[in-house]
Design a protein around this ligand. Structure first.
Ligand code: ADP
Ligand code: ZN
Length: 219
C-alpha cells in the first residue's frame, strides 16, 4: 500500500490512502507564486521515496528548456513535452505511480477527464497552473479541475509595486490574445490593488484599431 503525506488532522489534505487509490492535487496561483517550485519539490520527494514519476508540460511553454520544467528561481526537473492533454494518457506508463503536469492551463478542457482517468487508475496526479488569466478571469480548465481535486494549494506571489500578497498576473505588453508566452519583462505579479487589467486591454484595443484602419491607397 502506498502512503500519502503524513498530515495531522487531514483538513483539506490527502492523509490516509488505502488500497492503491489515486487522487488529484492542484497547485494554483499567479506567475512567480512558486507553483513550479512546489511541483518540483513534491515530485523530488516522490522520487526520493523511489516512486515511479512521470512529468509533463505543454509544448507551448519552452521558456527555458525543451525537456525540463524550470522555475523562475532556476530549479529544474526533466519532463516530457505534450501537445494536448490526451497525450499524457498515451505516454503514461502502467507502472507510473506519480504524474506531474506543469503549465496545465495550456492543455485544454480535456485535462479534467485525463486527470480523472489517471486518478481512477490509482495514480497520484499533481497539476500546477494559472487559475486566472491576464484580465483576472478564471483560466479554464483550471477552475473545473479544482472542483474535482482532492487537494488544492493556492499560492501567492509578492506584488512588485507595493510588496503585498499578489494574486494577479499583470501583462505588461499590449495584446488581447489569451496566450502570450513569456516571463522576462512581459508579466509581473500584482496585488488586487495594483492590478491594472484595463491598460493592457485598452492598449491592445487601441493598437488593433490603428492597424485595422484602412490604408490610404495612393494612385
Ligand atoms: P510560478 O511557477 O508560479 O510562475 P516559479 O516556481 O517558477 O513560479 O518561481 C517562483 C520564484 O520566483 C520565487 O521563489 C522567487 O525566487 C522568484 N520571484 C520572482 N519574482 C517574484 C515575485 N514578484 N514574487 C514572488 N517570487 C518571485
Ligand atoms: Zn500592490
Amino acid at each position: 500500500m502506498r502512503c500519502a503525506n503524513l498530515w495531522p488532522g487531514g483538513g483539506g489534505r490527502v492523509d490516509i490512502v488505502k488500497g492503491n487509490m489515486g487522487w488529484i492535487e492542484v497547485i494554483v496561483g499567479p506567475m512567480f507564486s512558486g507553483k513550479s517550485e512546489e511541483l518540483i519539490r513534491r515530485l523530488r520527494r516522490a522520487e526520493i521515496a523511489r516512486q515511479r514519476v512521470q512529468i509533463f508540460k505543454p509544448v507551448i511553454d519552452q521558456r527555458y528548456a525543451a525537456n525540463e520544467i524550470v522555475s523562475h528561481s532556476g530549479l529544474g526537473i526533466r519532463s516530457d513535452l505534450v501537445r494536448e492533454a490526451r497525450e499524457v494518457l498515451e505516454k503514461v506508463e502502467p507502472r507510473t505511480e506519480v504524474v506531474g503536469i506543469d503549465e496545465a492551463q495550456f492543455l485544454g478542457e480535456e485535462l479534467v477527464s485525463v486527470c480523472t482517468k489517471l486518478a481512477d487508475m490509482g495514480k497520484r496526479v499533481i497539476v500546477a497552473g494559472l487559475d486566472t488569466d491576464f484580465l483576472g478571469r478564471p483560466f479554464e480548465p483550471m477552475p473545473r479541475l479544482l472542483a474535482v481535486a482532492e487537494e488544492i494549494t493556492k499560492l501567492l506571489a509578492i506584488c512588485v509595486r507595493c510588496g503585498n500578497p499578489a494574486v494577479h498576473t499583470q501583462r505588461l505588453v499590449a495584446s488581447d490574445e489569451l496566450i502570450v508566452v513569456g516571463a522576462g519583462g512581459m508579466y509581473e505579479a500584482r496585488c488586487r490593488r495594483c492590478f491594472e487589467p484595463q491598460p493592457a486591454q485598452e492598449k491592445a484595443d487601441a493598437e488593433k484599431h490603428t492597424t485595422a484602419r484602412p490604408k490610404a491607397i495612393s494612385t
